[in-house]
Design a protein around this ligand. Structure first.
Ligand code: NAD
Length: 435
């Protein structure tokens, strides 16, 4: 295992020109994208150079090898990352992603987003992210368990209830968290607060599983109201039917909206009069995909993004909407349920066309908000009821929405810039007081 410390503070090079970052067919540089969004806000706020340097430089990065004995007897070597981006407002907090394209740059970018997100919804955490380059869909349960336990051992010295608290992200779930908690407990004793998003039977919080989707629903509902879109008549398309996408579909559907299309990695389905989401869930449980639901038309993920819908919710992975496909987007409102689904170039085009984009750090902050409630419950060894969790989540999300929306109206800036300014102000203030 290697623990790399950031380079000494000096003026970092300016971000590379956008054209270089977003060449079609190349893997996007999420770190440069996140950094550019930060710099835009830092310039707008006239943030001091010293403070911005401290804020954009990760505190600590773990890059580890994880050997796993696979079911067929082979020894496979995986690479894992944990980036502790900023801890000025509290312990590092952020999910762990299992995906074959995970690399240090992407994890760095996601860790920075967590720092901004926790500040925006005002939970007392910093930001972190973890990831392992692997394809969880091709691994058995015992291989995934071996990988997770191996990763936990390798980053153990960076974890702690008041130091760094992982959670699920794409490709991981409550079971993954249970293995981390169990592995950590072998060395440190029973410590449920070491992870959030764990099963309720192990101290997880009621309402955590659906929290990110519930937060997306609350923000979409509030935004529609401000934009004069009647949510009960809105046509909504959702890319991704994992934890976030599926709960978002269910909860927005319950408001009366028509979910006209959903998709997963295999493709999508479209029904102009609205899908029956319970049937989609049933079909998904039976087949492992949304594809093939009888009565729905098959579409691909590219078609889903350009459907004639009022609201588009990318809820899969980053880089879904780029300069390559932005001109085809017809929705009036885009809600970033995934992290970094809209590139800065696409964002600019959408802005110029008057399309409202709700940024990831606001739209998907419901997950970390209920993770905070879970951590509090674990520390106090006191369980909250579901109603209390949902009410507190609603309160926090609405508060954050109003702060961002008001600032955006007052300063005549896009919601992303307003959200960054709201978040960065809190982190900058805490940073100044420490130095
Ligand atoms: P997940 O693994 O449960 O689901 C991901 C979904 O995306 C699956 O339906 C998968 O089939 C689909 N998908 C994967 N690659 C795709 C592709 N190339 N095209 C179309 N669909 C594809 O993950 P999740 O937890 O739902 O996370 C989704 C997004 O939300 C990620 O960007 C994640 O960082 C973000 N997020 C998650 C949480 C959380 O609490 N889980 C919180 C905040 C943000």
């Amino acid at each position: 295992m290697s623990v790399t410390t950031p380079a000494p503070l000096r003026t970092p090079p300016a971000p590379r020109p956008q054209a270089e970052r977003e060449s079609p067919g190349r893997h996007l540089d999420f770190n440069a994208i996140t950094d550019e969004q930060f710099l835009l806000a830092a310039n707008h706020m006239r943030l001091e150079q010293e403070i911005r340097l401290l804020m954009r430089t990760p505190y600590r990065e773990f890059v580890v090898q994880i050997p796993v004995r696979m079911d067929d007897g082979r020894l496979e070597l995986f690479h894992g990352f944990r980036v502790q981006h900023n801890g000025v407002r509290g312990p590092y907090k952020g999910g762990i992603r299992y995906h074959h394209e995970v690399d240090l740059g992407e994890v760095r970018a996601l860790a920075a987003l967590m720092t901004w997100k926790t500040a925006l919804v005002d939970v007392p955490f910093g930001g972190a992210k973890g990831g392992v380059a692997c394809d969880p869909t091709q691994m058995s349960r015992s291989e995934l368990q071996g990988l997770t336990r191996g990763f936990t051992q390798k980053i153990d010295l960076g974890l702690g209830v008041y130091r760094d608290i992982p959670a699920p992200d794409a490709g991981t779930n409550a079971q993954t968290m249970a293995w981390i908690m169990d592995e950590y407990g072998k060395k440190h004793g029973y410590t449920p607060a070491i992870v959030t998003g764990k099963p309720v039977s192990l101290g997880g919080s009621l309402g955590r599983e659906e929290a990110t989707g519930r937060g997306v629903m609350i923000i979409t509902r509030e935004a529609c109201q401000c934009l004069g879109i009647d949510i009960r008549k809105a046509r909504v398309a959702i890319q991704g039917f994992g934890n976030v996408g599926s709960w978002t579909a269910k909860l927005i559907g319950q408001l009366g909206a028509k979910i006209v299309a959903v998709s997963d990695v295999h493709g999508g389905i479209f029904q102009p009069e609205g899908l029956n989401i319970d049937k989609v869930f049933e079909h998904f449980r039976a087949t492992g995909s949304v594809c093939g639901l009888s009565g729905a038309r098959a579409i691909d993920n590219a078609q889903l993004l350009t459907l004639d819908a009022d609201v588009l919710i990318p809820a899969a992975l980053g880089g879904a909407i780029t300069r390559g496909n932005v001109d085809g987007i017809k929705a009036k409102l885009i809600v970033e349920a995934a992290n970094s689904p809209v590139t800065p170039q696409a964002d600019e085009t959408l802005q110029a066309r008057g399309v409202t984009v709700i940024p990831d750090i606001l739209a998907n902050a419901g997950g970390v908000t209920v993770s905070y409630f879970e951590w509090v419950q674990n520390l106090q060894q006191f369980r909250w009821g579901l109603q209390q969790v949902n009410e507190e989540l609603e309160r926090k999300m609405i508060h954050a929405w109003r702060a961002v929306h008001t600032r955006s109206m007052e300063e005549k800036t896009p919601l992303r810039l307003a959200a960054y300014v709201e978040a960065l102000n809190k982190i900058a203030e805490a940073t100044r007081q420490r130095f």
